[in-house]
Design a protein around this ligand. Structure first.
Ligand SMILES: Nc1ncnc2c1ncn2[C@@H]1O[C@H](COP(=O)(O)OP(=O)(O)OP(=O)(O)O)[C@@H](O)[C@H]1O
Length: 217
């Protein structure tokens, strides 16, 4: 069976200052099956976010290929990649990227808006917030939440449309020890329930908890 996500021989280079090229990933291979967690680690600036963006089809690699369910993204149009991305993955970026003007519940329902499914998915959004331990925060604004709570809300939002793959960029950054441990336990529960997880992190407990790992730099 094809891998849910596969990066093969992926290199990512950016044009740097003074005509220098910086290589942030060098012939990287990642293969992710259902119910597995892969952690990408590395020092600040090593290229973790860039690898996640390439895996999520948001950035084309300089060399190598990315496939989703055996389908190589390089053979698809941008529109086709966008369409498949919506069904394949939920992306939780570094700051959680919640919209301040909306309530927590409205933020969680955002992925349903283009599908005109927000009303129908209201009960699921409430249930997800409850499962993630932030059910009582539904009516608050993101600014009223702690960093760990914002991450939980962003995870709830990424799970709304039941994607098989969750991509998270440093979910425990800026979060205290106890909250970080709870977030890691939460990710392990999601993985054990069958969700595949690609996570960037420098948190040793999360690196250790992953089934597979890549270190950049
Ligand atoms: N679009 C871009 N154009 C040019 N350089 C970029 C671009 N995106 C990232 N970079 C550079 O690539 C390097 C890796 O950045 P990236 O954000 O992927 O690293 P990171 O490991 O996620 O960092 P952090 O731990 O600080 O979040 C950095 O030097 C960054 O400045």
């Amino acid at each position: 069976m094809a891998m849910l996500l596969e990066l093969r021989d992926v290199s990512i280079a950016f044009a740097g200052r003074a005509d220098r090229v910086s290589l942030v990933a060098d012939r990287l291979d990642i293969g992710l099956r259902a119910g597995r967690m892969h952690c990408v680690s590395g020092a600040p600036g090593a290229g973790k976010t860039s690898v996640l963006r390439v895996a999520a089809g948001l950035l084309r690699p300089t060399a190598g290929s990315v496939s989703w369910n055996g389908e190589e993204l390089g053979t698809l149009s941008e529109d086709a990649v966008s369409g498949r991305r919506g069904a394949l993955l939920g992306y939780v970026d570094q700051q959680g990227a919640l919209i301040d003007e909306l309530s927590v519940l409205e933020n969680v329902l955002l992925p349903a808006v283009p599908r005109r499914a927000a009303a129908a998915l209201g009960p699921r959004a409430h249930a997800l917030l409850g499962e993630l331990g932030v059910g009582e925060l539904a009516a608050l604004r993101p600014a009223e939440l702690t960093a760990a709570e914002r991450t939980r809300v962003a995870v709830a939002r990424s799970l709304l449309l039941e994607p098989p793959l969750l991509v998270l960029d440093e979910p425990t950054a800026g979060v205290g020890r106890a909250d970080a441990d709870e977030l890691i336990a939460l990710l392990l529960r999601l993985r054990d329930a069958g969700t595949s997880i690609l996570v960037a992190s420098r948190e040793q407990a999360l690196i250790d908890a992953a089934d597979h790992r890549s270190t950049l730099g």
